[in-house]
Design a protein around this ligand. Structure first.
Ligand code: AMP
Length: 646
């Protein structure tokens, strides 16, 4: 089922519609070298202007990094579009993107007219998901439509931030098609389901391999990355590409495949070359014994046959990454053989963008695949099982305006210091943009409860016991907290998990006890550095979340606040990038969607914690799945005001 609002579900007549396209096309000397992305955007553009929209197009092109680079102007795209559509597309030339020209042009627009704005990345705020530039973009339009799948893995102003300030958002036809094909291929594939992965590096595709092993019947690995897998099997690989630090990971993947009953195929023979060039001397060798000084640059003929046999009997095939150095004609045979096998498939064939899309097009098989993704990075992230921020942002529930910012003081501030600090802060942190909670040490609860009177600050505790009362020396019950005015309680903080024996089991019991006493639990979860580096972040965090939700009915679950705190970022000054934080918070929300449905998931607050400060709060809090922060060190200082009023 497709559960996003599309351009078919909105009424655009007479409305100003901002359409985010992916016009990131290669251009030199003003000439567009490959117009595939322009052509792919036409169906949505036609639908909108023919339905009477005043259509405002926007896109980024290249990486101008906030500078005005005339060679990256979208002016040639406006010209090309006018030709393709047979209709004028006016270029609103403004170096600041939303300037006098754009505003005037929009004000004068009639139904069915089209304008194109300048490259959104001429503004440095674009890639920061900055609120002000998001508002500027939104001010031009009533409705926002995102059709830029190729940029959907980025949380920028024109893909995410803008959705917070328009009346309505939807996805375009291209985005819909990408989500349907890639989504269905991964989630509801007709079987047998085969995935083929190639390209240079294992490290680029770690999460894809991991995720696809959960879904496919057969996983084929070729290209440069295959040699690390061959090495993991004890093969001699000569000078071929090797990522030594990924050998253990490759071994784990073989074990995982066996456990899951997935066929994991690697090359049995290899075309080895004496050096890295098209004209190099070459010979076909056994993949397990590539001679010293020779390097594998393509899969061998037996492997082509073996892979093709598996591909043609599949009902769904998805492919990302070439089988060899296909840029060299003499080493493109493996890649070509895969493309030929895919053409013969009686079922769905999907090309996951990037190099394999280019290879298929060059070979002239483009029209013979069910779908060729227009997104490189975006389609890889989709295959990793990630929820893309640009896709999540069009969902109505992810447009919460009031954020929740909780300060975790940990074991800091005596009662006297606590009262002094609260008195200095209490009227500074109430501007209405965020709801503020001070989670203070137990002994500070009573004096802080008095000190915050008359302000909008809420009182929070840092822990509680799961029993009502009894012989639990040193502990505090939920009823005690409630009586002194506590509204929130942190549960399962990583420090309590690490130093005080907190487990997923006790976390779950404490959640139930808190909710029973009308206290909102802020449930912490997060991964260690070792887990992140092993590509286990999502599985570790979602396992913790599932354990926290064990036996909870929906009415209880929707009251919870989750806080994602990467353990490696606590107290270290290190911080996840806003995109890393968003990725995990989106995965947490997905657990709730799967268990309780979309409406419930939209109720739940998900915070990010881990070295949030005055400078990074805005970028992090403007992510579609992040509803605020759990702030450590900075909550003890005046800088906390900046976080709350980010
Ligand atoms: P990726 O961007 O990871 O999909 O990698 C694509 C690149 O991998 C292409 O430029 C190929 O030339 C390169 N590649 C594929 N197979 C090999 C190989 N056996 N040795 C070196 N490079 C390879």
């Amino acid at each position: 089922m497709f559960n996003k609002k599309t351009v078919d579900d909105i009424d655009v007549r007479g409305k100003r519609v901002l359409l985010r396209c992916d016009f990131n096309v290669p251009i030199s000397d003003g000439i567009i070298k490959d117009e595939n992305r322009i052509i792919a955007s036409i169906p949505t553009i036609e639908k909108l202007y023919k339905s009477g929209a005043k259509l405002i197009l926007c896109s980024h092109m290249g990486k101008p990094k906030g500078e005005i680079k005339p060679e990256l102007s979208l002016a040639p795209v406006a010209k090309r579009l006018s030709k393709v559509l047979g209709k004028e597309v006016l270029f609103a030339k403004d170096d600041c993107v939303v300037g006098e020209n754009a505003k005037k042009a929009v004000a004068e627009m009639k139904e069915g007219e089209i304008i194109l704005l300048e490259n959104t990345r001429f503004r440095k705020e674009e890639t920061k998901n900055d609120e002000n530039f998001s508002k500027e973009l939104a001010s031009l339009a009533d409705i926002y439509v995102n059709d830029a799948f190729g940029s959907a893995h980025r949380a920028h102003c024109s893909t995410v931030g803008v959705t917070q300030f328009v009346e309505e958002s939807a996805v375009g036809y291209l985005m819909e098609k990408e989500i349907r094909f890639l989504g269905n291929a991964v989630e509801n594939a007709e079987r047998p389901f085969t995935a083929i992965l190639g390209g240079a590096k294992v490290s680029d595709k770690i999460n894809v391999i991991n995720n696809l092993l959960e879904k496919v019947d057969t996983l084929i690995i070729g290209g440069g990355m295959a040699y690390t897998f061959i090495a993991a099997k004890g093969g001699e690989i000569g000078n071929s590409l090797l990522e030594e630090d990924k050998i253990d990971y490759a071994k784990e993947m073989f074990e995982k495949a066996e456990k899951k009953g997935v066929k994991l195929l690697i090359p049995v023979d290899t075309v080895a070359a004496a050096d890295f060039s098209n004209d190099a001397e070459s010979k076909v060798v056994d993949s397990m014994s590539i001679p010293d000084d020779w390097e594998g640059l393509d899969i061998g003929p037996k492997t082509r046959e073996l892979f093709a046999e598996e591909i043609v009997k599949s009902k769904t095939v998805i492919w990302n990454g070439p089988m060899g150095v296909f840029e060299f004609e003499n080493f493109a045979h493996g890649t070509k053989a895969i493309a030929e096998a895919m053409v013969k498939v009686d079922g769905v064939t999907v090309i996951g963008g990037g190099d394999s899309a280019a290879a298929v097009n060059v070979l002239g098989y483009g029209g013979k695949m069910s779908h060729i993704s227009t997104g490189g990075g975006a389609s890889l992230e989709f295959l990793e099982g990630k929820i893309l921020p640009g896709v999540a942002a069009v969902d109505k529930g992810f447009r919460r305006r009031v954020k929740l910012v909780a300060g975790n003081w940990k074991m800091n501030k005596t009662p006297k210091e606590a009262v002094e600090f609260v008195n200095s802060m209490k009227y500074k942190v109430n501007n209405g943009k965020s709801k503020t909670v001070f989670c203070v040490p137990a002994i500070d609860l009573v004096p802080v409860a008095e000190a915050i009177e008359g302000s909008k600050i809420c009182l929070g505790a840092q822990n509680m016991h799961f029993e009502d009362n009894g012989s639990y020396t040193g502990e505090t019950s939920a009823a005690m907290l409630k009586e002194v005015g506590v509204k929130y309680v942190i549960i399962g903080h990583s420090e309590r998990r690490e130093y005080f024996g907190e487990t997923d089991y006790t976390v779950n019991k404490k959640i139930k006890q808190a909710v029973k006493n009308d206290i909102i639990p802020i449930v912490c979860c997060g991964e260690t550095l070792a887990q992140r580096e092993a590509g286990e972040t999502i599985s570790v965090v979602t396992t913790q979340v599932k354990a926290a939700l064990e036996d909870l009915v929906e009415e209880t679950a929707i009251k919870l606040v989750f806080a994602y705190e990467p353990i490696w970022a606590i107290g270290t000054g290190k911080t996840a990038t806003a995109e890393q934080a968003e990725e995990v918070c989106a995965a947490i929300r997905q657990v709730i969607v799967e268990k309780y449905g979309h409406d419930a998931a939209e109720e739940v607050y998900i915070l990010y914690g881990g070295s949030v400060n005055g400078a990074n709060a805005g970028e992090i809090f403007n992510m579609p799945n992040i509803d605020g922060g759990l702030v450590g060190a900075v909550s003890l200082t005046d800088e906390f005001e900046k976080v709350v009023n980010y």
